[in-house]
Design a protein around this ligand. Structure first.
Ligand SMILES: Cc1cc2nc3c(=O)[nH]c(=O)nc-3n(C[C@H](O)[C@H](O)[C@H](O)COP(=O)(O)OP(=O)(O)OC[C@H]3O[C@@H](n4cnc5c(N)ncnc54)[C@H](O)[C@@H]3O)c2cc1C
Length: 229
């Protein structure tokens, strides 16, 4: 379910203030704490970039300056597949195609797509941050940079352990079947639960560009190399 307010572009462009939202929602009563917490995250992100104006371009945790991100033609090819929604991971591809078509992606899918680029493809988070910056209707320097650095584990607020999201687990967990069928028309005829990882790929829909287990292993090794520095 969408089930969110879609206020972010209006907040970004100053059409409504977080204070106005806060008071209107609080006065309306009901269970609003989670929603108000989200609005608080936005202020937190604004605060981070006030203190670190170059947050969108620099790892907050310096050891990540030595991270062995992939680069070169193979990485460029994989980056293009991610941008175009052709990674072979339906939940990632649905999100990236929705982003391109509409400028929008639900927060959960943003997290899954960002994690996939950084951990599965081992591509520098700044390339993803730039793509979101170019394509999101709510593109916001603070919220974008803070969420990308959080996903990459490079931020001031990041966990020390390596968190690798499993897209094939996230997809059924959040019941993404209808969402995938909408944004990946090649899979429109595939039913649940096969839709999350179709054994047969109809209509030219690609096979996974990397297997989850191999990607996970590669990401863990790259992070272990970082600790050794
Ligand atoms: C990789 C990545 C990149 C992102 N880039 C942006 C961006 O460029 N611009 C942007 O506004 N948000 C960004 N977000 C945060 C979040 O996805 C959006 O704010 C949210 O999806 C907007 O939908 P909504 O207004 O319906 O949110 P609701 O759930 O209704 O939340 C209400 C408001 O709270 C704020 N909010 C909610 N979640 C977050 C969060 N994680 N961080 C900061 N503020 C939040 C937003 O202002 C939002 O409008 C990003 C998240 C990720 C994981």
């Amino acid at each position: 379910m969408e089930a969110t307010s879609r206020l972010s572009p209006h907040l970004h462009f100053g059409e409504i203030s977080p204070a106005a939202i806060w008071h209107a929602v609080r006065d309306a009563g009901g269970s609003v704490d989670t929603f108000l917490g989200e609005v608080g995250w936005r202020d937190y992100a604004q605060n981070v970039i006030l203190q670190f104006p170059d947050y969108g371009g620099r790892n907050a945790r310096a050891p990540f300056d030595h991270m062995a991100w992939r680069s070169g033609p193979d990485a460029d090819r994989d980056f293009r597949a991610w941008c175009q929604g052709r990674t072979g991971y339906p939940i990632v591809d649905a999100g990236m195609r929705e982003l391109w078509a509409s400028g929008w992606m639900h927060n959960r899918v943003r997290m899954i797509a960002a994690s996939f680029l950084i951990k599965h493809l081992l591509i520098d988070w700044r390339r993803g941050e730039q793509w979101f910056w170019d394509t999101l209707v709510d593109a916001d320097y603070g919220s974008n940079a803070v969420n990308w650095q959080w996903s990459a584990g490079t931020g001031v607020d990041s966990n020390m352990f390596v968190r690798i999201m499993a897209p094939l687990t996230q997809s059924p967990k959040f019941d993404a079947g209808d969402y995938i069928r909408r944004w990946v028309p090649e899979l429109a005829g595939v039913s649940d639960p096969l839709i999350h990882d179709p054994p047969v790929r109809p209509g030219g829909y690609p096979s996974p560009i990397i297997a989850h287990a191999a990607a996970r292993q590669r990401a863990l090794e790259a992070h272990a190399g970082l600790k050794a520095i």
